[in-house]
Design a protein around this ligand. Sequence first.
Ligand code: 5CA
Length: 437
Amino acid sequence: MRLSQYFLPVLKETPKEAQIASHRLMLRAGMIQQSSAGIYSWLPLGKRVLDKIENIVREEQNRAGALEILMPTIQPAEIWQESGRYDDYGAEMLRIKDRHDRDMLYGPTNEEQITDIFRSHVRSYKALPLNMYHIQWKFRDEVRPRFGIMRGREFLMKDAYSFDLDADGARTAYNKMFVSYLKTFARMGLTAIPMEADTGPIGGDMSHEFIILAETGESGVFFHKDWLQADLLADIDYDADLQPFVDKFTALYARADEKHNPQDCPVADQDLMTMRGIEIGHIFYFGTKYSAAMGATVSGPDGQNLPVHMGSYGIGVSRLVGGIIEASHDDKGIIWPDSVAPFDVAIVNLKPGDVACDSVCAELYQGCIKAGMDPLLDDRDERPGAKLAAMDLIGIPWQVVVGPRGLDNGVLEVKRRKTGDTEELTPAGVVNRLQHR
Ligand code: 5CA
């Protein structure tokens, strides 16, 4: 992408309405624009990052055996009346009437919708286990939307739903999601700690929140200091028994504050860390709560009809954009982990119009594309300082700086955004260096 042809409305001033770093930086980097309270448009740079995150989530869900579907944003009230949640959900649910005066709603979550799909088609336990997910916009009329897309009213969620014959089967499904979440977040450069949690309006009796550490997080958390060294990027065989793997992690103490009781905390004071965190995922096992209420039964091996055991598994896809920024930024701007960066490399032409600079930049640009990278070429007619500051602000992991003075000596500078380390390379060596990054 050539920046002269792009839409990157960066802000020079720090927006006054933004209280936390991620919100400030997303506005300054031209990633999002507020439409109304808690509702945002995603501009080109923001949309690229959102898509990258969404794709990592999708790949790991597929690997864990979940099947992608797409359910609507607007749901009929009837299914929520069947489950009993139409009245329970309260003011967070956006209720709508269609032209025929039918009650509809903008989905805050999809347990009812998926249970309705399941009961229309599945009759026998032989179709189990089954896990289906979608990545779809949700609406919750939050009392206090804040921190930009972190606590929005409209937000993008990955929600998966598992169906099993019994509690043991549901536990296996739960473990698969548990383990796949560790991997999913580790791929984004995050340490997400699973913590026993309350189930709230989703219901059920087993649940974990996945929480990343950040000073601006909304939850207080307590955990064993060994979590900070935990290796979460294992290769996973989803056909194997994952219980030992899950046990290994759940043995290490971690609780959000509502579940932490100093009296019965097994961790010695010197090993216990207290911090704040952001919930980026939440998984639930709720047994037959929805299947029993909505008649989602299957015939079991003995022929009797049984309500299926269900779980649901959420990831805050849009919230992750902010979460990653909270975890990875400095006073100059965002520092994207390579896996979610909007572009792999920024090529900064310090003097557009200079024949040598233009031709080296054009060659590098094509070379990067041929090598399978996604470059952003800053070919704007701007001051060099402003250009370098903009690339730091939008956080591209690698910056190649091309200026007439360096080229006179046959070199240009490659900078790693994360460390600030620079290397001098010949134009011919740059693509090779970036391929082995
Ligand atoms: N049906 C279940 C699991 S699929 C469910 O809705 N779980 S949830 O309520 O915990 O939401 C799942 C994830 O969505 C949360 O962990 C959080 O990361 C994200 N999320 C929830 N509310 C918001 C919000 N207002 N803004 C941004 N992300 C949110």
